[in-house]
Design a protein around this ligand. Structure first.
Ligand SMILES: C=C(O[C@@H]1C=C(C(=O)O)C=C[C@H]1O)C(=O)O
Length: 126
């Protein structure tokens, strides 16, 4: 039966059914759980197959987002270091406002929150 709720954990991590042995602790990494072993949340085969297909694309998108996030943070740090090494300021608030506004216009209030996290990733906490 598919798992319907609660934490999603690989089988190896779950306690023994009879409760007599302590569970072998495996860190909950994505590496040790193949996509087909993760519950789709439905027992209907066609729906389940479609969900797995969509998840492949979601994983591609997430990987691209992670790579872009890291590239942006590195570039932002380089700008800060270049500016400070040349006697300039670490931050330029007018430019940060422009970034925040672009995300707000495109994505609404969540865009503002996302942009705040992006800006923080580039310069560290204030
Ligand atoms: C990257 C820059 O430096 C800082 C970081 C910013 C960012 O991550 O977008 C924006 C403004 C600056 O505070 C920049 O001036 O363009």
């Amino acid at each position: 039966m598919e798992q319907s709720g609660g934490p999603i954990r690989p089988k190896a991590e779950q306690p023994a059914a009879n409760g007599s042995e302590p569970a072998v602790s495996t860190p909950p990494t994505v590496q040790n759980v193949g996509p087909a072993e993760l519950p789709t949340g439905t027992d209907e085969p066609a729906a389940s197959a479609r969900i797995l297909e969509i998840r492949e694309r979601i994983n591609e998108i997430d990987n691209a987002l992670i790579a872009l996030w890291q590239e942006r943070a590195a570039l932002s740090q380089e700008v800060g270091a270049t500016r400070m090494a040349s006697g300039g300021t670490r931050l330029v608030l007018s430019r940060e406002r422009e970034v925040l506004e672009r995300f707000r216009v495109a994505l609404g209030a969540d865009g503002t929150q996302l942009a705040l996290l992006l800006l923080r990733a580039g310069r560290g906490p204030l």
